[in-house]
Ligand binder design. Structure first.
Ligand SMILES: Cc1cc2nc3c(=O)[nH]c(=O)nc-3n(C[C@H](O)[C@H](O)[C@H](O)COP(=O)(O)OP(=O)(O)OC[C@H]3O[C@@H](n4cnc5c(N)ncnc54)[C@H](O)[C@@H]3O)c2cc1C
Length: 441
């Protein structure tokens, strides 16, 4: 039975990816009504509000990958967006510094990768030039990446929310609304939230640290598990801030999708040092000892997690020791700036990365965005997804336009029929939609 819709599309998650996607759809389809549901009382409360604030260049990613393609495009769009809407940003550039001979090969590979990805202005530099850019920094060789910058992604998220609502009377960005279940009907879905239900045709899951769970609520088996990796930061005291002019990064370990502990000048002038990457016992836990039985069980009952631990126990142990020892954390920072002293750093914020892990213990490196029937699920959107958010939004808009029949020329397609109604965690579990084997994106 046809039912009056509250919204054509409901986006779950008011982080930067959900907001950028809703913004892109609302911009190219002004007639449709779209809602963004955010479970917290404020937007960008998790990854988007707990990151390094770096506008990445697109240097690191495998040419042709989703990350490489969306990062450079997203960066340029983000800068144009910030300029248009008066959001502060600074293209301060960054240096990547090799501190040991053993890193030189990887530094050379990074340079080639940067060239393959057409990163503008990238340069190989020696110690003299490193010192010109960052006088306190030490190393044996480096790369200068002038198009990297800094921004406050929370400001971007807030502006996107404002614009989504401004684009149509029927558009809503609703905080304090947790999507808790999906009642599937023939031609619509009722999204059950902590504040009542909304009837919609299409769902876009951008729930970050909860995206695998939201997918299961929608009857979709995501094929990956979100494993939370906390990153702790220290910050430089006001007196020591002068030691960092812009961004100073180490050469990353290619075995991991993390960039290594770095120095980041933030848009408010503070200098952050971090983040490390430790397995977290709570998905949205920002304290070193935070624990959630449900989250720990979900991670530890997954065979992929144990495979990851077995392959990388030495690295993991090192990260754990550094998380609890200021002395060890400092030692890592001193590889980049030898003059930093214990009294010049103090504990600061933490962030938790949503990292998708496959069943064989493989860390999913690229973005993972899949359409299943009348839903789109963003199942892996780690760094640089904040930088790339507007380009990811374009990509999601393209999928929605094509498969949800939003555009005039789009292929018309009714959402697939489902037989079951219900609510809650187990509803739809293990049930695949008719075209679940045809992921898009
Ligand atoms: C420590 C750290 C440093 C990083 N540094 C950078 C960087 O410098 N540059 C960069 O580009 N990227 C960086 N990233 C990555 C970047 O922050 C993320 O890729 C990006 O923020 C992901 O956005 P998102 O919208 O997918 O997720 P989130 O920002 O986590 O948003 C998801 C939202 O969904 C909501 N939600 C979850 N479940 C539900 C539900 N059932 N109902 C309603 N709402 C729900 C959550 O409350 C949350 O607000 C960093 C990440 C971390 C953790």
């Amino acid at each position: 039975m046809q039912q009056n819709l509250d919204f054509e599309i409901v986006v779950v998650g008011g982080g930067i990816v959900g907001l950028a996607s809703a913004y892109k759809i609302a911009s190219s389809h002004p007639g449709i009504r779209i809602a963004v549901l955010e479970k917290e009382e404020r937007l960008a409360a998790h990854q988007t509000g707990h990151n390094s604030g770096v506008i990445h260049s697109g240097l690191y990613y495998r040419p042709g990958s989703g990350k490489a393609e969306t990062c450079a495009k997203g960066r340029k769009e983000l800068i144009a967006f910030a300029e248009e809407h008066g959001i502060a940003f600074d293209i301060c550039g960054k240096v990547i510094v090799a501190t040991a001979e053993s890193e030189l090969g990887r530094l050379a590979e990074l340079f080639e990768r940067g060239r393959a990805n057409e990163v503008e202005g990238i340069e190989k530099i020696g110690l003299e030039r490193i010192r010109e850019i960052e006088p306190a920094c030490s190393g044996i060789a480096g790369l200068w990446v002038p198009c990297t910058g800094i921004i406050d992604f929370v400001e971007v998220a807030k502006k996107l929310a404002e614009l989504i609502e401004a684009k149509g009377d029927g558009n809503k960005v609703l905080t304090g609304h947790e999507a808790m279940g999906f009642e599937k009907h023939d031609f619509h879905t009722k999204v059950l939230t902590s504040h009542g239900g909304f009837v919609t045709k299409y769902i876009i899951n951008c729930a970050g640290l909860q995206c695998d769970r939201v997918a299961r609520l929608d009857g979709v088996e995501p094929g990956v598990r979100i494993i939370p990796f906390r990153g702790d930061y220290y910050e430089l005291t006001e007196e020591a801030r002068d030691k960092v002019k812009g961004l100073i990064y180490p050469v990353p370990d290619p075995a991991f999708p993390f960039l290594g502990v770095h120095f980041t000048r933030m848009i408010d002038g503070a200098v952050e040092c971090g983040p490390n990457a430790v397995f977290s016992f709570k998905r949205e836990g920002y304290g070193k000892c935070d624990f959630s039985l449900r989250d720990s069980w979900d991670s530890l009952a997954y065979w992929g997690t144990w495979k990851l631990f077995m392959k990388n126990w030495r690295y993991g142990l090192g990260e754990y020791r550094r998380a609890f020892s200021k002395r060890l954390f400092l030692r890592q920072l001193q590889r980049l700036i030898p003059s930093v002293e214990a009294g010049e750093i103090r504990p600061s914020k933490a962030g938790v990365r949503a990292q998708a892990l496959g069943p064989r213990g493989e860390l999913i490196d690229d973005f993972k965005i899949e359409r299943r029937g009348s839903s789109i699920h963003v199942l892996n959107a780690p760094s640089p997804a904040a930088t790339a958010s507007l380009a990811i939004g374009d990509h999601i808009n393209e999928i929605a336009t094509q498969y949800f029949g939003l555009g005039e020329t789009a292929k018309r397609e009714q959402p697939q029929r489902t037989e079951r109604k219900g609510k809650g965690k187990d509803r739809g579990k293990g049930r695949k939609s008719k075209d679940a084997s045809k992921p898009e994106g």
